[in-house]
Design a binder for this molecule. Sequence first.
Ligand SMILES: [Zn+2]
Length: 192
Amino acid sequence: MVQIDLLRLRQCGTLTLAGSIGPDCELWSGSGLRFSGPVEVGGTAALTAGGGVVVQGSWRVPLVYECGRCLDDLQVAVERPLTLLFTPDGGREDPDVRMIDGRGTVLDLQDAIREEIVLEAPRYYTAGEEDGRCTRCGTPVKEYRSEPQEAGSDTDPRWAALKALQTDQEENDGGSQETGFQAAEAETPHAR
Ligand SMILES: [Zn+2]
């Protein structure tokens, strides 16, 4: 739960905010994200002159991605600053300003935090490489970029699956190599 007690906030002017939202919370259904732990939110909430509330802080969440190169699960902690502004009129035209019920006693931040995380968390992620090897699985990255020598017993079955996919794409778009990988890598590490 991440809520602000508006009665206390009106008494104190500012409040420290700390809370978490569990990985299994229904809030995340349809988000397309995989969580390996709770979302942690911290910061401060303050009253604004116009009867609104401003929240400033950050969120941090451990996410699980399928590596864009080797498809292994990849745990990535994503952390971003958080600024939320609530005003009694909802800012009218400004989509970044949210509405607050002026007579309410509790301001629930969960929906706003969900929106921010879904917007900001990367859609795709590829493990880094060090000395030519994937930092996740240790496989030389060039194995994912060049043709395998032969489809022998030591060929990773995941490569075979990708290879099939790649061949389909080549047939469909008439040719460019590495289509599948390039698309995944091009979107790393950012969502927008
Ligand atoms: Zn890997």
